[in-house]
Structures are given as C-alpha cells and as structure tokens.
Design a protein around this ligand. Structure first.
Ligand SMILES: [Zn+2]
Length: 367
C-alpha cells in the first residue's frame, strides 16, 4: 500500500507543477521515476515522527481513564499492556482492515457495518472493568466485553466464567492453539435482531441479560469460528457451520441446534467447484444443518477422543493449506475405533450419497 501511494505521489508531483511550461534553468536535472520514488520515500521517512506506543498511543480520554485506575499507579505489567494494545488496535481498525483486530459491528439498513471503537466505548470498558485475562497454551488472551449499552462487571461475569471454562477446552479438542491474543465479545441488547456472528477475534452476541443453556451453546459455537481460517480453502457451509456446531456440541453436550432444526436431510456437497449458498440464505441454513447432523452423529458414533483427532486433522496452521473439505471423510475412516469401521463407512455413505438418509417425521406437538 505504502509503495503504491508513494509511486502515485511521485507521478502526480510532476503533473502538479505543469503550469511551468518552460523548465527553469536552475531546475535540478530530471529524475527518473525510480530516483523520485527513492527521494520521496526518504523525505517521508525523515519527517515521520517515531511511532507512538503503549499508553501514549491511546486516545486522550482513554489514556486519562486508564491513569485513573488503581492498577495504573505502579507501571504496567504484561497483562495491562495487552489490554492497552487491544484498545489501541480497536481504535485503529478501520473497516475490515484487520479481522483479527477488535471492531464494532453495527446494523445499518439491514447491512452489517464494522467500525473502529470510539473513545467513549473504550472509556466505558476501562471504567466498568468489563475485561479479564485467560491463560491459554500459547499465551494470555485478553477478553473484552463491549456494547452500545452500559455493561457492568457483574453482568458479564457468567460469560467470563464460560470463556474461562470453554476456551482452554476448545483449544484442547481442536488440537490447535487459539489464534490471537484478543477476544472481543460485543453484546447486543434486545432492540437488535436475534443474530450472532463471529469474525477474527470478534464475537457478536444477542444478549438479554442472562446466560442460559441455549445461549451458552451459541456462545461456544461463535467462539469456535475463530478457527475458521484453519479449515480447508474449499470448506462449504456444511463444514464451516457443522464444525462450529460439532465443537459446541462436543463441549456442551447439546445436540439440537438452530442449524440441525433447519436441515433438509439431503446429502452434503463434496465437490469443490459447486455454487455455495450465500450467508443467511435458506439454502445456507439447510446445508449447514445437514453438516451439523452428520458431524454430531459421527461424534456420537466414534466418541470424543477420536472425533478430536478428526477435528485436529482437518484444521491446518500452515499458510499454504493443502487439505480439502472431503479429507475429513478419510480422517473419520482413519480414526474409526476398532470394530466401528463399517458403521463409520455407513454413516459417511448416508450423508454423502444419501444411502438410508430419511427426514424423521416430526412428532406432533401436544395440543
Ligand atoms: Zn456459525
């Protein structure tokens, strides 16, 4: 980005002095584009102030709020520095630049818009103490709650307890380290539609003031989406959403989910080159539900430990991901416990070929 801008600047620089049609005799000899580029880069570097870091990089009101805290009086330890890094990057994260950085999600005319944190939001976080730290395999994660509404520490405590309980177990089940040092949980109060979503280190959760069993499942589902970038490049909704339901199901014991209730009981698409339905469409929910049912049934067939190996295998840390979504089928066969091979094959055939796949008739509701 920088080089493109600099090049543009150099090119325009010549154009803006165009009115001087005849070159002045004292003008410096024409520079080549490369020489101008180098000159402009050097000039830019010489006037640029040294980067501001730590407490000085916070917005002024936020800095003042931090300095009023008891914990700021004896200098800053690593955790306190991590919280400040979070606040600095949250304020600098302009529209989707860095998905692993914190940002605010807003609904504007049925569109989800991402914006950086403003100072008022950050001051509220600091003053109400709605943050904490969780130690994971690689390091410490700062968990920060934010909302357009006021939040109290007491109110978010059950969610913090859930993060402390589930995040290390998620890491263990997945067999891969949590990807970032941040977890931002944005709580949306009742006036917003009933949605939950996740991107990078951001979880957006509809919040009605208490954590019940259903919301706990949704919460774990959303947190597990932070591993999405480690899934195969061709992963379709059945694997992306099915995986999040599987992880949440394995950790909470839940088996009936929003997605499983939307399932169309059609075989999952295993070809990489087929049209993938767009998020929030009916087809997206149907396909995701089929994936959830498939993966949860496999969990119950082969058990937690074997499924953990399947899950660890289909996620890849490497930048050059070589796996394809269908590799999960081979991983299921490979990790089938003794005596279960035929059952695993039958379950794979059911959900990939439709062999014996029938939609259960709904039990009539008592009147
Ligand atoms: Zn999801």
């Amino acid at each position: 980005m920088l080089s493109a801008l600099a090049l543009l600047g150099a090119a325009c620089g010549g154009g803006s002095s165009a009115p001087t049609a005849t070159a002045s005799p004292t003008a410096t000899p024409e520079l080549t584009l490369e020489q101008r580029y180098k000159r402009d880069i050097e000039a830019a570097a010489s006037v640029k102030p040294p980067p501001v870091t730590g407490i000085d990089a916070l917005q002024p009101e936020v800095r003042e709020a931090v300095m009023r805290q008891p914990w700021a009086q004896d200098g800053f330890d690593d955790r306190e520095k991590l919280l400040m890094d979070f606040l600095i990057e949250a304020a600098e994260n302009f529209v989707g630049v860095r998905m692993d950085w914190p940002y605010v999600t807003r609904l504007e005319k049925d569109r989800l818009v991402q914006t950086p944190f403003d100072a008022a939001r950050e001051v509220r976080i600091v003053e109400s103490g709605v943050y904490d730290f969780v130690k994971l395999q690689k390091g410490t994660v700062v968990v920060v709650f934010s909302s357009d509404n006021p939040l109290t520490r007491q109110e978010v405590e059950p969610l913090l307890t859930a993060v402390r309980y589930y995040l290390p177990r998620m890491e263990q089940f997945l067999g891969h380290e949590y990807r970032t040092n941040y977890l931002h949980i944005q709580l949306a109060f009742g006036d917003l539609p009933d949605i939950s979503l996740e991107r990078g280190s951001n979880v957006f959760l509809g919040w009605e003031g208490k954590l019940d069993r259903a919301l706990e499942f949704v919460f774990v589902h959303e947190m597990s989406h932070s591993y999405l970038p480690l899934l195969p490049w061709d992963a379709r909704p059945w694997l992306r959403e099915g995986m999040a339901d599987l992880i949440a199901g394995a950790l909470t014991g839940e088996r009936v989910t929003g997605y499983t209730q939307s399932a169309s009981y059609k075989p999952i698409v295993t070809a990489s080159d087929q049209f993938s339905p767009s998020s929030f469409s009916r087809q997206y929910f149907e396909e995701s539900g089929n994936g959830s049912l498939f993966l949860l049934e496999m969990l119950d067939l082969i058990g937690y430990d074997a499924m953990s190996k399947v899950v660890a295998g289909i996620h890849q840390d490497s930048q050059s991901r070589t796996r394809r979504m269908t590799d999960i089928l081979d991983l299921m066969r490979k990790n089938a416990p003794p005596g279960k091979a035929a059952d695993v094959d039958a379950l794979i055939d059911k959900w990939t070929k439709g062999t014996g796949l029938v939609k259960p008739t709904p039990t009539p509701k008592p009147r």
